[in-house]
Design a protein around this ligand. Structure first.
Ligand code: 5GP
Ligand code: MG
Length: 468
């Protein structure tokens, strides 16, 4: 059995005052990282209490629920929607009682050896309450004999067993820890307030809380926060990192800075490089809102073609990406996006979007634009063709979903009915990020994985082959 795949958002607080208003706000800032469920675990001085449930942060945390939060330390989570999974069962944080005390955990990422570990421990007689890989982490931690005496050591013991992607916030009793996997797939940073310290998936939380950015949690690091201090356990990650490029391309907020790179700026760079790599003669650049906006702006700036709003986006509509069947997804696209006629009619368009996964969105949009009177529709994409599944927490799971599997760019252009189609190259993307290629996870566009995934090739495999 494989656990639900998800990318999520996590936070953690250690303050000298009630965390309630802070953690509620923080979770709302990272709402884009997960809309299926939200939750908070806090230590009230005696025990760990948890409030969680399906829905958006402000739906789960109605005023009386926020007022019920009464603790100076706590962690929180927003969970990303994945079709078919059970929201109530998998909402986080998850908590356990042990002989020595209580623990809570919030997880962003996917553990790649979760099935193996689960089977190993099932054979030893363990029982699991959920199919979530996060439960495995928490149970492994609770099995550590010294967990409450030497939490950092216990956490490090567990991280030596689990593989894959994890940015975690953990409460062990009333102590709060942040953990990032040795590759740094998912982001995690530390912020400071006059009232104490906090952890968050994205730095936008620091801005909104009017805090001070302290640092990114480095890959492999375990950080303990208290109201007065942060204690960083030295990093054990010696080798290359594998920051997920899709965080910048699509997932993160434009105003977040992760590992030294601001999402907005990276997207603008992508657009500019795309304009050089795949130029086109056109009258107007229109982005697919919201995630294609900065890419589109960069394209317009570099090409000299004017940038205009071509779509009205209805922000109250659920995400189309996760709907279970194709017909529903197509229907939802037109509910979400509608062309603005004066931008479109009689003009040659460059439509810029962040990524193509199944091709549903763009096929539908191109058709809508033609109906609205566009004379030509050229599509430009800020991410190379997605051809390989993500095992590290983005909901792109199987090759048969991807429109780019076994199709040339020309064939995809035909399928989405565009006059032309251009993707940024992998090299262009790496340049836009301005990080060493070997410190990025590009697996979904190269098919080469930064960690061992059975049946998939490793990113350094060719080098190893030639050396031995
Ligand atoms: P497609 O329609 O090609 O399957 O999906 C591509 C569109 O979905 C792009 O506009 C992109 O912004 C968005 N997208 C890409 N990856 C994800 C994801 O993991 N989750 C969600 N909700 N949207 C995504
Ligand atoms: Mg989009």
């Amino acid at each position: 059995m494989s656990g639900p795949k998800h990318s999520c958002g996590v936070v953690g607080f250690a303050l000298n005052t009630n965390i309630a208003p802070y953690i509620f706000k923080a979770l709302r800032v990272i709402q884009h990282r997960g809309q299926e469920s939200a939750g908070v675990s806090y230590h009230d001085g005696e025990t760990i209490e948890t409030i969680k449930g399906p829905g958006l942060v402000h739906e789960v945390f109605l005023p009386e629920k926020i007022m019920a939060i009464d603790g100076k330390v706590g962690i929180g989570h927003v969970r990303y929607s994945t079709a078919g999974s059970k929201a109530s069962m998998n909402s986080q944080p998850i908590t356990v009682d042990t002989l020595h005390g209580q623990m809570a955990l919030a997880h962003n990422g996917d553990i790649t050896n979760a099935d193996e570990l689960r089977n190993e421990y099932l054979k030893k007689g363990w029982a699991f309450l959920t199919d979530s890989d996060s439960e495995i982490i928490l149970r492994l931690l609770s099995k550590e004999p010294n967990c409450f005496h030497d939490p950092v050591k216990a956490i490090k013991n567990v991280t030596s067993i689990i593989d894959g992607a994890y940015s975690l916030t953990i409460m062990i009793g009333d102590r709060v820890f942040g953990v990032r996997d040795p590759y740094g797939f998912r982001p995690l940073c530390v912020g400071k307030l006059p009232e104490g310290y906090f952890l968050a998936s994205e730095s936008a939380v620091v801005d909104v809380l009017q805090g001070e950015f302290v640092c990114d949690v480095a890959p492999g690091e375990v950080v303990e926060i208290t109201p007065e201090s942060i204690k960083i356990a030295p990093s054990r990650s010696a080798g290359n990192k594998a920051h997920c490029m899709f965080e910048w391309v699509y997932f993160a907020r434009p105003d977040s800075i992760m590992d030294g790179r601001e999402t907005y700026q990276v997207r603008r760079n992508i657009g500019a490089i795309l304009a050089q790599e795949c130029p086109v003669d056109a009258d107007v650049v229109i982005p697919v809102p919201d995630s294609g906006r900065a890419h589109g702006l960069g394209f317009a700036e570099a090409s000299g073609i004017s940038y205009e709003e071509g779509f009205m986006k209805n922000r109250h509509v659920e995400r189309t990406f996760i709907l279970p069947d194709q017909k529903q997804r197509e229907g939802a696209v037109s509910l979400k996006l509608n062309p603005i006629k004066s931008t479109i009619k009689g003009r040659r368009l460059v439509v810029v979007d962040d990524s193509i996964v199944r091709g549903t969105t763009l096929r539908k949009l191109v058709q809508m634009l033609r109906k609205a009177g566009a004379t030509e529709v050229h599509v430009r994409i800020g991410c190379p063709p997605i051809i390989s599944p993500c095992y590290y927490g983005v909901d792109m799971k199987s090759r048969d979903q991807f429109v780019a599997t076994n199709r040339s760019v020309e064939e995809i252009a035909e399928l989405i009915t565009a006059d032309s189609l251009g993707y940024i190259s992998k090299e262009g993307l790496v340049k836009a990020l301005d990080l060493p290629e070997n410190d990025l996870c590009l697996a979904c566009v190269t098919g080469k994985y930064p960690t061992n995934i059975p049946g998939e090739s490793h990113r350094f495999q060719s080098r190893l082959d030639s050396e031995f």
